[in-house]
Design a protein around this ligand. Structure first.
Ligand code: SF4
Length: 349
C-alpha cells in the first residue's frame, strides 16, 4: 500500500468497521475512565473473557473516585482469574493520581497521560484517540501484524525498537477526522480478519494490501523466536492446624503474584530435601504428608510445575513474621492467585 492511497483506504476500512463491528460494552461509551479500564483488561486477555469482568468492575467502581478510594483487596477480588495482577494495581495507582493531581480528569496530551502509573504508549494512544478523538497511534502486537502486511514491513516485531516503525506508519495513515474509529477498526481487523492465519478473501482492504498482492501474508509479521521459558518445580505445603485452619504467607509486594496469600512453598531442587529447604528459607519445621495436587501453571516468563503436599507443623516450630492462620471462611474472602485457587480446589476433593 502507498501513503497516497490513504483516503480510499480509510473510506473502505471505516465503512466496513461501522457495518461489521462487534457490539462490545466499552464501545457504547466515550467515558475515558471506562475505556482505560477496558484497555487494561484487554491486554493479554480475550474479549469474551473480559466482558463479564468489565461489567462487574464498572458496576462496583463506577467512577474514578470510587476506584481510588477502594480497598486494594476488594479491587483484586474483582480481577481474580484475569491474571497479571500488576495491571490492576497500576490502574488503581494511576486513577489515584488523576483524582489527586488532575482534578479527576484524565489528561488529554500524550506527554501528561504517559506520566500516569500503568499507562504505556499503547494505552495512552487508545484512551486519547477513542475517548478524546486525538489522532494518536495505539500500536500493539495485533496492529503490528496488520500493518506489516498492509505495507510489507519486514522489521522484526520481537525487537522493541521496531515498534517505532509501526507507530510512525500509523501516524502517516490515520484518519484525522475520526481517529477513534480508525484505531478501533485496525484493532477489529486484526482480531477478526487479519488474524495470524489471515482470512484475506473477507478482507475489506485487500486491494490495498501489499502482502496479499505478493502472496506473503502468511510470512508476516517477522518475529524471531523468544527465549525458552524457565521451568520451576514448586513444592507447596498445605499446613493445617487442628480446628481446620491453614497457614498462609503473603508474597512480596514486588514481583510475581505480589501481595497474594499462599501456602508456604519452595522451589524444589533435586539436591536438597524439601523439608530442609523450607526450614532454610522460612524457619518452619514441618512433617510432610501425602501429595494431594499436581498441575502446571504457565506465567508469561516462567512455568511452575506445582506439587501440593499435606503437612503439619512440628511442636517447636516458630511461626515466622508475615505468616497467619486462616479459617476456610476467611480464605474465601481474600483474593486468590490462579495457582492457589487450583491448590484449594484439589485440596477439597
Ligand atoms: Fe490482512 Fe489479508 Fe487483509 Fe492483507 S488482505 S490486510 S493480509 S487479511
Amino acid at each position: 500500500m502507498e501513503i497516497s492511497q490513504k483516503k480510499e483506504f480509510n473510506e473502505a476500512l471505516l465503512s466496513w468497521y461501522h457495518q461489521e463491528k462487534r457490539d462490545l460494552p466499552w464501545r457504547r461509551t466515550s467515558n475515558p475512565y471506562y475505556i482505560w479500564v477496558s484497555e487494561v483488561m484487554l491486554q493479554q486477555t480475550r474479549v469474551d473473557t473480559v466482558i463479564p469482568y468489565y461489567e462487574r468492575f464498572i458496576t462496583s467502581f463506577p467512577t474514578m473516585e470510587s476506584l481510588a478510594e477502594a480497598e486494594e483487596e476488594r479491587v483484586l477480588k474483582h480481577w481474580e482469574g484475569l491474571g497479571y495482577y500488576s495491571r490492576v494495581r497500576n490502574l488503581q495507582a494511576g486513577v489515584k493520581e488523576v483524582v489527586e493531581n488532575y482534578d479527576g480528569k484524565i489528561p488529554q496530551s500524550r506527554v501528561e497521560i504517559l506520566n500516569l502509573r500503568g499507562i504505556g504508549p499503547y494505552t495512552a494512544g487508545a484512551v486519547l484517540s477513542i475517548a478524546y478523538g486525538v489522532p494518536e497511534h495505539a500500536v500493539d502486537g495485533n496492529v503490528m501484524r496488520v500493518f506489516s502486511r498492509l505495507f510489507l514491513i519486514e522489521a522484526d516485531i520481537a525487537i522493541p525498537k521496531s515498534k517505532k516503525v509501526f507507530e510512525q506508519r500509523v501516524m502517516e495513515i490515520i484518519d484525522e477526522t475520526d481517529p477513534s474509529s480508525f484505531n478501533q477498526a485496525i484493532m477489529e481487523l486484526g482480531a477478526t480478519i487479519c488474524t495470524p492465519n489471515p482470512r484475506c478473501l473477507l478482507c475489506p482492504v485487500r486491494e490495498f494490501c501489499s502482502a496479499f498482492e505478493k502472496g506473503k501474508q502468511e510470512k508476516l509479521p517477522i518475529k524471531t523466536k523468544k527465549l525458552k521459558k524457565k521451568v520451576m518445580t514448586i513444592h507447596s505445603f498445605a499446613i493445617s492446624e487442628p480446628g481446620g485452619k491453614w497457614l498462609l504467607r503473603k508474597r512480596q509486594a514486588n514481583g510475581l503474584l505480589g501481595d497474594f496469600w499462599e501456602f508456604p512453598q519452595i522451589e524444589y531442587v533435586p539436591t536438597m530435601d524439601s523439608i530442609d529447604a523450607l526450614k532454610n528459607d522460612t524457619g518452619l519445621l514441618i512433617e510432610q504428608g501425602e501429595a494431594y495436587a499436581q498441575f502446571k501453571h504457565i506465567f508469561s516468563h516462567v512455568t511452575w510445575n506445582v506439587e501440593g503436599f499435606h503437612a503439619v507443623l512440628v511442636d517447636q516450630s516458630p511461626i515466622p513474621e508475615g505468616y497467619r492462620f486462616f479459617t476456610e471462611e476467611e480464605l474465601g474472602q481474600i483474593p486468590q492467585s490462579k495457582p492457589m485457587s487450583k491448590l484449594l480446589e484439589q485440596l477439597k476433593k
